[in-house]
Structures are given as structure tokens and as C-alpha cells.
Design a protein around this ligand. Structure first.
Ligand code: ADP
Ligand code: MG
Length: 325
């Protein structure tokens, strides 16, 4: 049996994790969220957050397309994004590196210069790691963070009746990648979204006290809505016409023969936040100066997870990145 036969990445994770102890009274959220939440072991009463993400050469980045510094920036940002999605702020980082023996020292230094830039931007301190050799350059980052208990946003906290909101346009990173894959030069914004994205730590902590569930959009909007619904035991309806897609991403879709909605639903690496919020709290968030776009609503589980198309028809909300499938 191959990994694809059992349903890919997420089915594999479940199967593997059953072999090890994975529950503890102080583990408030373990496998299945953007970061693990470990109860109140910090002096100020906040919970410890731990997340980890790995990038592998030729699977997640290509040295012909991305400079080492850009890879360094992105490797930190995707971790900071997971901490932001919990409602927290990042603190300390550990970097495990596998480098090929022929890797240039200058390349590795540029990688770290990029990491350093992102660390300064998001207030992260490098605290350790591990270095070894391997056939493909592999960068595995573990990032710690903290969250005040009242700000913690789990994927499992959505409630029927909540609005589902995003913090900005989705599909731009996929649009940039599609143009590069087609041998086209993307406009600077799309190139930046793909190669050196930022994440929404600027708004996460402000949204967190009002939001119920939150997740970062790393695998595409469709996958993230499904993750929230699965963990919260709810349904959802997303309105296709309300999904914010940047005009440049629309244009990129035309140029590459893609559907812009596919970029938004399945592209991923947007690093915007998707969250659920009670309708009564929406205005409060807007009054705090946070730009949000309502893309749908949380429903009862029995209603299923659907996409409402512009012609009024509904289809199952599918798509999203899944390694191995
Ligand atoms: P994200 O997209 O937010 O980075 P992932 O989809 O990578 O999250 O992971 C989903 C959940 O599964 C997370 O809680 C993560 O810690 C857990 N997980 C992923 N791979 C493994 C593994 N090999 N062993 C244990 N837990 C894992
Ligand atoms: Mg995540």
C-alpha cells in the first residue's frame, strides 16, 4: 500500500501518530492544529506554542528560481504564520539543516541572512538547531511562541452561525508560481507573494480575542475551510463571488490558462488568515481598523461543506494541497 492509497498526508499522519503517546493533561492541542499548545508553563500564565515546518529542495523551492536569501525569508515566514494563526506571537527558533557537501558556504550564509531579515521583522530569536549532510538541501524550522489563554484560537472552535473571514486576497502566490512555471515573468507583486511572502502577524493578535477558530492559509482556502470544519464538527458554505482575488492574479490566470478560483481554493502559500467570528463581533473588528473579507459562514455538520457558485449552484468544497496525493 502506498501513501496515496490511504488518502495522502493527513491520513498518514493520523496512522503514524497512533504509535506514540500523543495526549497529556498539559497538551491543550497537539496533532491537528497549526501549532501545539502547551498549558501555562510560562511565568506570565501564557501558553507555550510550538510549530515546525520543513522545506525540501526541488519539492518546496528550486535554487534556479529562488535566491538563498528568499528561501531563508520564506522558511521563517511559514512558521511565524502558524503561530499567528493560533492568536500568538513568536519567540525562539531552532533550525535543522541538511546541506549537500557541494553547497557553497556563501549560499548557506545568504539563506541565514534571509532568515535573519524575517526574524528581525517578526521579533524572533535564533536559539539553536542541527546541521548535517543530505542529498537534497532540507531546512526544518521549529518555532516557539506564546499566547494568552484568552487569545487562543483553535481550529476546533468554530460554531454554526459564525462568519468565515479572510484577512486579504488569496491565490496570488499560486498565480506567481503558475507564471514562472509557464516561463513568464510575473509582475513584482505576484513574484513577491510566491518567493518572499509576508504573513499576518500584524493583525493576528488583534483578531484573536474576537475570533473563534483560526488557521493560516498555507494549503489553499478549500483545504483550510475543511480543516476547520473537520475539527469543529461543523459544515460551511463559501460564496465563490466573495473570495478576494487580486486583479493581477486574475490576469495571471488568463495568461496561463488557469481558473483564478483554483488559485484561490487550491493554490496555497497565501499566509493570510482564515477565521470564524460571531456576526455581532464583526463590526468591533472593523472598528479596530482590521480589513477583513467575509467569504462564507459556518453551518451545522449535517449541511456539509459547500461552495456557492455565481450561478447559484452549489458544489462540494474540495481542493487544496495534500503532499503525496
Ligand atoms: P500546517 O499546514 O499548519 O503546517 P500540517 O498540515 O503540516 O500543518 O500538520 C497538521 C498537523 O499534523 C499538525 O498538528 C502537525 O504538528 C501534525 N504533524 C504533521 N506531521 C507529523 C508527523 N510526522 N508526526 C507527528 N505529527 C505531525
Ligand atoms: Mg498552518
Amino acid at each position: 500500500m502506498r501513501i496515496a492509497d490511504i488518502g495522502g498526508e493527513f491520513a498518514l499522519i493520523q496512522r503514524l501518530c497512533a504509535h506514540a503517546p500523543n495526549a497529556h493533561q498539559n497538551l491543550l492541542a497537539g496533532i491537528g492544529d497549526d501549532a501545539a499548545v502547551i498549558k501555562g508553563i510560562q511565568a506570565d500564565g501564557s501558553h507555550l506554542l510550538v510549530t515546525t515546518d520543513m522545506l525540501v529542495e526541488n519539492s518546496h523551492f528550486r535554487c534556479e528560481w529562488a535566491a538563498a536569501e528568499q528561501i531563508g525569508i520564506k522558511s521563517v515566514v511559514c512558521n511565524v504564520s502558524d503561530i499567528a494563526a493560533m492568536g500568538g506571537t513568536p519567540t525562539f527558533m531552532f533550525v535543522s539543516l541538511a546541506l549537500a557537501p557541494e553547497t557553497e558556504v556563501a549560499w548557506a550564509e545568504s539563506l541565514y541572512r534571509g532568515m535573519g531579515k524575517a526574524c528581525r521583522r517578526y521579533g524572533v530569536t535564533l536559539a539553536g538547531g542541527d546541521t548535517t549532510h543530505g542529498a537534497a538541501v532540507t531546512i526544518s524550522i521549529t518555532l516557539l511562541g506564546r499566547v494568552a489563554p484568552e487569545n487562543l484560537c483553535l481550529r476546533s472552535h468554530a460554531r454554526p452561525g459564525d462568519l468565515l473571514c479572510v484577512t486579504g486576497p488569496v491565490g496570488s502566490a499560486a498565480a506567481g508560481l503558475a507564471m514562472m512555471s509557464a516561463g513568464l515573468v510575473p509582475p513584482p507583486l505576484l513574484k513577491e507573494k510566491h518567493l518572499t511572502p509576508g504573513c499576518r502577524l500584524d493583525v493576528g493578535p488583534t483578531i484573536a480575542p474576537l475570533a473563534h477558530a483560526m488557521i493560516d492559509i498555507s494549503d489553499g482556502l478549500a483545504a483550510e475551510v475543511n480543516h476547520i470544519c473537520q475539527q469543529s464538527k461543523t459544515g460551511a458554505e463559501i460564496t465563490a463571488a466573495d473570495i478576494p482575488i487580486h486583479p493581477l492574479a486574475m490576469e495571471a490566470a488568463r495568461m496561463t490558462g488557469n481558473d483564478p478560483l483554483t488559485f484561490a481554493l487550491s493554490g496555497g502559500e497565501d499566509f493570510e488568515l482564515l477565521f470564524s467570528i460571531a456576526p455581532k463581533d464583526r463590526q468591533q473588528l472593523e472598528r479596530r481598523g482590521i480589513d477583513i473579507v467575509v467569504v462564507g459562514k459556518v453551518t451545522d455538520a449535517a449541511e456539509g461543506i459547500f461552495l456557492r457558485l455565481p450561478d447559484g449552484k452549489r458544489e462540494k468544497l474540495t481542493g487544496g494541497y495534500n503532499h503525496f496525493s
